[in-house]
Structures are given as structure tokens and as C-alpha cells.
Design a binder for this molecule. Structure first.
Ligand SMILES: Cc1cc2nc3c(=O)[nH]c(=O)nc-3n(C[C@H](O)[C@H](O)[C@H](O)COP(=O)(O)OP(=O)(O)OC[C@H]3O[C@@H](n4cnc5c(N)ncnc54)[C@H](O)[C@@H]3O)c2cc1C
Length: 512
């Protein structure tokens, strides 16, 4: 039986797109290759009773997105926070810097940068948040941009803000703050993306993550990331979507230049009346599912320029007690950035870009169980650790992962002396292990392609093709490789669904 739309892939973007199409009255099926829906939003419980989020872990950015309320994720999911949303500790192991729930408490810890931090938060509420809303919405939508313009003090502030958005975050923090504490508290957030702190375009991700932590407190779902996936599936099913797991789509059927159905690995076909929407990395979609013979050469040539970035290395460290951080204020922080100074971050990022294992890895450490004790046995704790590294390092033997995990543990131990004595178990997943779990994570790239300025907005994922349409009628993309990019915010899916529905309205009008 034909349906109006098939969404390929039940990642957050696929589920959001499916929900919005179904709410518009379409019959929608989601076909997901894995046994569970959620994409890189999932968790598993170990034999010892520790809950590991295998992919994403913190949802501050989701809390800045309209999707949170539109899908009812604010009420379907129980969110947990602590008094400290984020922290940075840096070598040689002195006191760190923390983002507390109240702005004044954060500022108190930043000494002579207290006023600068408060001014940044004020700027965020006045201009930053609406600016990011506009930037992450559909490309070229004039209304949100006009709203931002109305909030500026005039043309000079517009130009100044545009410059800030292009400025390397290292330059931004050196100019804006005097203490290492404030500089590193902000700049370490840039290590979540792939853009070097000394490169244009590294300021926006750092600002977004730091302000999400300050304003929303870095919430985690009670029970593990899987609870968020369950909430998203619930919203989709409530709208009438049929979510089918264990269905690996191997082909998009194109007839007469139009996508008319999908075929899965077991040979089953599903006919589609209106749209095939793919939450699939565009390179895989073009090569494996659609077939390059159906796509124009110029579009394929542009697609070949889409750059994936370095991967993530994941390490779970299960402990028999909370980590013995040298700086006790870090103890209840949901996220801890473990770094050196600004030079250390820049050099480490450069090593990774050149395909080398970082000598001093920039660690992003999650302590979700500080907010949600149900994730660990009583009195125990677990560290969710990740850092950027190449999928296939040029400077390491084939079995590098074990030694690299030890390097991460050494760095943790330097800031939490005695940690190793409390390790109950560790589990490492190198970048290609992430790709094995979810093929969208190409080479372990968690954001669907580099977030460098030449890959954003009108350039994403193919220059001139940021409207989610593909050059095959009825075929759309909605994954993190499309605008506005990686992260669990659902905006690629939301923007894509709206684009599909707008195109449908326009063609109906043309027929009448
Ligand atoms: C280790 C890690 C840590 C992260 N940390 C965070 C974080 O803390 N906070 C945050 O906001 N973001 C984080 N992210 C990023 C975030 O998870 C991703 O950007 C987001 O999940 C992208 O959503 P998506 O829907 O585009 O794709 P995905 O989540 O990748 O989902 C795509 C889905 O499509 C399915 N699929 C692909 N091909 C097919 C096919 N042919 N047939 C059927 N199904 C198919 C896949 O199995 C998958 O389920 C992290 C990601 C990883 C991996």
C-alpha cells in the first residue's frame, strides 16, 4: 500500500520531520535500519548496572530549539540538572572555572571577568539568542532576521556582530576577557565542533554551548539518552507515524525523474505518493540508495566537495565512587572540559586535522549521573568521555585504540588524582566503531560534515542546495549534513518538513 511519505532513518531529525508531516495530515512511515529508533540518541545498561549513552549525552542545545516544545519533549521526558552545568579544568591542575545555574554565581567565580561574563549573558538575551534562532532556521527566511535587526543598536552593531560570528574564538576571548578562567570556560566549548579555535567560525559554536549551559543548565534525560529517543518516537506515533525498526533501506526507486518508493534489504518495497525524506548522509544517499545515474553531474561534483571532519573517540569509565576531582567545584558539573591552555587546544586540533592522534587530547567529560543517580549503582559514578581524533590515524599502529584510551585516562588522572584506583571498567569506541553503529557518522564525524564557514548555511551540504530538496523530484534530505548541521536540536528535520509542505502547497496552487 502506498503512503504519502517515507522517512529513511529514525534519528532525531528524521523523527521530527516525520512528526510534522504526519501532523499536516500525511500518512508517514519511518524506516530505521537499527533495532531501536533514535539514531545517535541512545543508551544501554552494562551487566554491572551502569547506563552508557553511546552517542549524544547533553541536551542544552535542544533546550534552545522550538522542537523541544513542539514535540512535547519538555513534558514527555524527565529532565535532570545539577547546580553546575559546565566546567573547564586546565593543566597544570590548578582551580577550574564553572558555569553555575545562576549568572551571578558563575560571575563570582570569574574574578575580574565577572562583569564581562554578565555583559555577555545580557547580550545573549537581547541579541544572541534571536540571532541564533534566525541563523538556525530555514535559509533566507526574512522575518527572524528582521526581528534580530530590530534588536540591534543600528548598522554598526550589525556589522560588529557579523564580524564576531566570523572571528576565531581565541581572538574573541583574548580581547573580551582577562583571566584564563573566563577565556577557557568559553573557548573549550569550541572543541565540540571541528573548527580550530584559531580559525574563522569557531566563535558561534562556543557561544551557543556556553550560553545554553548558562541559561538552560545542560539537562540530561532521566534514565539515559534512550528516554529522549522514546519521547521522540512517542510524539511521532501520537501524530500517526508508523515507525518501523530493523528496516534497512537499500534503494530509493526513481521513475521518470521522480522518487516513487523505497526498497529495503529484504526486498520489500514501499510505494510513496508525495515524498521520500532521507535522514541519511548525502554521500551515502547519492551513491548507495539513489544511484549516481539519476543525479546531475554538476550536483555530484559539488557533493564531492562536502568534507567530513575528524571523528570522535568515546570512552566510558565506570567508577566505584564519584571522580576525585582536584577542584571540588567540578564534582557536580554535568560537563567538564579537560584541557591545557589556548595553545594546547589549538595545537591539539591541528594535530587531529593533520590525521595524527592528539598528544594532549581535549576531553569532553560527561557526569550525567551527578544529575541522574538512577544511571549507576548506589554510590558509584561513570564518566562519559569523548575527544576528537582521526578515524584512521597516520601515526599509529592498527591497534591504537587501547593505548589512546590510556592517554585519556592519564589526562583525567592529572585532574582527578587517584581516579585509576576507582575504575571498575572501561569501554572504548573509536570513530569507526561509531560509524558501525550508525552509518551517518561517517568516519566517526558526529555532525554530518565540517562546521567550517564554507560548509554552512547556503553551502550545506551542496552549494546552492540548502533548501533540503535534491535534484530528483519528491526526494528530500533532513539529516545533520543539511542546514543547520550537527547536534540534537531537530532543526534540520523541522526545516525540511516545512520546506516539503511549502512545496506541496505551491504545486497544489499551480494545479488549481
Ligand atoms: C558520540 C557522540 C556524541 C554526541 N554528543 C552530542 C551531545 O552531547 N549533544 C548534542 O546535541 N549532539 C551530540 N551529538 C550529535 C548528535 O547526536 C547528531 O548530530 C544527531 O544525532 C544527528 O541527528 P540525525 O537525525 O541527523 O542523524 P542520526 O542521529 O545519525 O540518525 C540517523 C539514523 O538513520 C539511520 N539510517 C541511516 N541510513 C539508513 C538506511 N539506509 N536505512 C534505514 N535507516 C538508516 C541510522 O541507523 C540512524 O538511526 C553526538 C553524537 C555522537 C555520535
Amino acid at each position: 500500500m502506498a503512503v504519502d511519505a517515507v522517512v529513511i532513518g529514525a534519528g532525531p531529525n528524521g523523527l521530527v520531520a516525520a512528526t510534522l508531516l504526519a501532523r499536516a495530515g500525511w500518512s508517514v512511515e519511518v524506516h530505521e535500519r537499527s533495532a531501536v529508533a533514535g539514531g545517535a540518541v541512545g543508551s544501554e545498561t552494562t551487566a554491572r548496572g551502569y547506563v552508557h549513552d553511546w552517542g549524544s549525552a547533553f541536551y542544552g542545545v535542544l533546550h534552545t530549539s522550538p522542537v523541544l516544545r513542539e514535540l512535547g519533549l519538555d513534558r514527555r521526558v524527565r529532565w535532570a540538572r545539577t547546580g553546575t552545568a559546565a566546567a573547564t579544568v586546565w593543566d597544570p591542575g590548578g582551580p577550574g572555572a564553572v558555569v553555575r545555574r545562576s549568572v551571578d554565581a558563575t560571575a563570582d567565580g570569574l574574578g575580574e571577568d565577572a562583569a564581562a561574563w554578565c555583559a555577555l549573558v545580557d547580550w545573549w538575551h537581547r541579541l544572541g539568542a534571536p540571532l541564533f534562532d534566525a541563523a538556525l532556521g530555514p535559509v533566507g527566511d526574512p522575518l527572524p532576521l528582521l526581528r534580530v535587526l530590530r534588536r540591534t543598536a543600528g548598522p554598526r552593531e550589525v556589522v560588529q556582530t557579523a564580524r564576531t560570528m566570523l572571528e576565531p574564538v581565541e581572538a574573541y576571548v583574548r580581547q573580551g576577557f582577562r583571566t584564563d578562567a573566563a577565556r577557557l570556560l568559553l573557548a573549550a566549548n569550541a572543541t565540540h565542533a571541528d573548527v580550530g579555535i584559531d580559525a574563522a567560525g569557531s566563535t558561534p559554536p562556543a557561544l551557543l554551548l556556553a550560553m545554553a549551559a548558562q541559561v538552560h543548565g545542560m539537562p540530561v534525560p532521566v534514565g539515559g539518552a534512550a528516554s529522549l529517543a522514546t519521547g521522540m518516537v512517542e510524539a511521532a506515533e501520537e501524530a500517526g507515524v508508523v515507525v518501523r525498526t530493523g528496516v534497512d533501506v537499500t534503494r530509493v526507486v526513481v521513475r521518470g525523474g521522480r522518487a516513487v518508493g523505497v526498497v529495503s534489504a529484504d526486498g520489500t518495497g514501499t510505494a510513496v505518493r508525495r515524498a521520500v525524506v532521507a535522514d541519511v548522509a548525502p554521500t551515502l544517499l547519492a551513491r548507495d540508495l539513489v544511484g549516481e545515474q539519476h543525479l546531475p553531474g554538476a550536483w555530484l561534483a559539488s557533493l564531492r566537495r562536502h568534507r567530513y571532519t575528524s571523528g570522535y573517540f568515546r570512552l566510558d569509565v565506570d567508577l566505584d565512587r564519584p571522580a576525585p576531582w582536584a577542584d571540588e567545584r567540578v564534582g557536580d558539573s554535568v560537563v567538564v572540559h579537560v584541557t591545557g591552555d589556548l595553545d594546547d587546544i589549538a595545537m591539539s586540533q591541528a594535530e587531529v586535522r593533520r590525521g595524527r592522534l592528539p598528544t594532549s587530547p581535549q576531553l569532553i567529560v560527561g557526569q550525567q549521573d551527578r544529575a541522574d543517580p538512577s544511571r549507576v549503582p548506589p554510590g558509584a559514578a561513570s564518566l562519559w568521555v569523548e575527544c576528537h581524533c582521526p578515524a584512521v590515524p597516520v601515526d599509529a599502529p592498527a591497534d591504537w585504540a587501547g593505548a589512546f584510551a590510556e592517554r585519556l585516562l592519564d589526562r583525567l588522572e592529572a585532574h582527578a588524582p587517584g581516579l585509576r584506583a576507582h575504575v571498575v571498567d572501561t569501554a572504548a569506541t573509536p570513530p569507526l566503531g561509531l560509524q558501525e553503529r550508525d552509518p551517518n557518522l561517517v568516519g566517526g564525524d558526529v555532525g554530518g560534515g565540517s562546521a567550517a564557514p564554507d560548509q554552512l548555511v547556503v553551502f550545506r551540504p551542496v552549494a546552492g542546495w540548502s533548501s533540503y530538496a535534491l535534484p530528483v523530484a519528491g526526494l528530500w534530505m533532513c539529516g545533520a549534513a543539511s542546514h543547520p548541521g550537527g547536534g540534537v536540536h531537530g532543526l534540520c528535520g523541522r526545516n525540511a518538513a516545512r520546506a516539503v509542505l511549502r512545496r506541496e502547497r505551491l504545486s497544489l496552487r499551480a494545479v488549481r
